[in-house]
Design a protein around this ligand. Structure first.
Ligand code: HEC
Length: 115
């Protein structure tokens, strides 16, 4: 009986120590809810040097949330411009926006461009 008990314990120790190694799966970055506060730096650095009252693209002033929102509320090409590869159409014209910045802006617009 003792032997049996010993074996049972022994075997269960062996089995529990042979647990399969979990291979860590890469963790998807959490989809954060972007807000104007979180993306405004991207616009300030990349857009408003032209898109302000006396800039080369003054017809579309992007210097405040309300201005951007008013534009987005109407018919607009915001996402088209950001995702375009056409150097005569894309924004910013020099194409200096990183994929991450582009995606953050597009994500912000697609999730309702909250303030
Ligand atoms: C170097 C100056 C410059 C920069 C920087 C720039 N734009 Fe523009 N943008 C223009 C000009 C000029 C036009 C109008 C000519 C055209 O349609 O391409 C324009 C047009 C647009 C339009 C179309 C407006 C319409 O008619 O509906 C959008 C949207 C836009 N820009 C968004 C952006 C965004 C967002 C950024 C920053 C990521 C940006 N732009 C950066 C100069 C600029």
């Amino acid at each position: 009986m003792r032997l049996f008990l010993f074996f049972t314990i022994f075997i269960s120790i062996i089995f529990s120590s042979c647990k399969k190694e979990e291979i860590p799966t890469s963790i998807e970055p959490l989809q954060v809810q972007e807000t104007y506060q979180s993306i405004r730096k991207i616009i300030e650095i990349n857009c408003i040097n032209c898109h302000f009252v006396s800039g080369s693209a003054s017809f579309l002033d992007l210097t405040s949330y309300i201005n951007v929102k008013t534009y987005l509320d109407g018919n607009n090409t915001f996402i088209d411009r950001l995702s375009s590869e056409d150097e005569f159409y894309r924004m910013p014209p020099n194409g200096n926006l990183s994929e991450e910045e582009k995606n953050r802006l597009i994500n912000w617009v697609n999730t309702g461009y909250l303030e």
